[in-house]
Design a protein around this ligand. Structure first.
Ligand SMILES: CCCCCCCCCCCCC/C=C/[C@@H](O)[C@H](COP(=O)(O)O)NC(=O)CCCCCCCCCCCCCCC
Length: 218
């Protein structure tokens, strides 16, 4: 029949995105920048599918992803394979502004730190989502997770804008649908699998930054 050759578009699934974070860890627990960035790309895609109000948030994430990809594909790319090698390389070569913004305002280390802080928000939000009930509000879960983490690093105006974005988040049923994982039970299973993985990547990065005194990079 004419027109019946429907092109099967690869449907977005949050499961695949969160699986990307599993690929982040090397055998000796180093974090691969390539997969870290791929995970964020998928999250941005998810966020954009929720509506235009979220583009001010995703734009910043996209910008930071691009900075890291440029390093990865640049002439010193071999130093940017893992977060560990990136931090070492940038510190050894004085490529990081440590106290105030100066000649290296967009180092890999400070750029990744911004995503790292956002990963903590994600971890807290997903854990709330996992343990939520039918009448739980995504906007409240999202705001609580944000206030407990990322908001502490944001000025008032950003906190205000983020708060407004949370208010227009779709409800739990729509949210689960867009995740495209299956019914609520499946979502809970998937999150039970994904959250510990994300926590692990978060913790390894946190320890690395803490050991090198990099948690407050400007
Ligand atoms: C699904 C709802 C999405 C809620 C997202 C919650 C996070 C709210 C963050 C608001 C950030 C506003 C944009 C501006 C940020 C920058 O000022 C600030 C500092 O950067 P600078 O030092 O270079 O100036 N940037 C940042 O903190 C990085 C923010 C990155 C945010 C990425 C958020 C991606 C969220 C992905 C959603 C996936 C949800 C999946 C759930 C099933």
């Amino acid at each position: 029949m004419a027109g019946s050759a429907v092109i099967e578009e690869q449907k977005f699934s949050l499961q695949e995105v969160l699986d990307t974070f599993k690929l982040c860890l090397s055998e000796n627990q180093d974090v691969y920048v390539e997969h870290y960035v791929a995970g964020w790309r998928g999250l941005v895609k998810f966020m954009n599918s929720l509506g235009n109000v979220f583009t001010f948030i995703s734009k910043d994430a996209v910008n930071k992803i691009q900075i890291l990809v440029n390093f990865l594909n640049g002439e010193n790319g071999s130093h940017y394979v893992t977060i560990q090698s990136m931090v070492k390389y940038e510190l050894d070569n004085q490529l990081v502004d440590l106290d105030k913004r100066g000649s290296h305002p967009e180092s890999g280390s400070r750029t990744l730190l911004r995503l790292h802080r956002a990963l903590r928000w994600l971890e807290l939000f997903l854990e709330r989502l996992r343990t939520s009930t039918e009448d739980s509000k995504t906007s409240v879960m999202c705001a609580d997770a944000y206030n407990e983490s990322l908001s502490q690093h944001h000025p008032w105006v950003i906190r205000k804008a983020a708060g407004m974005a949370f208010c227009v988040l779709p409800g739990r049923p729509t949210f689960f649908e867009v995740m495209n994982v299956g019914g609520a039970e499946k979502v809970v299973d998937m999150l039970g699998d994904a959250v510990p993985m994300i926590s692990k990547v978060y913790q390894i990065t946190e320890d690395l930054y803490s050991q090198n005194n990099l948690l407050e990079l400007p």
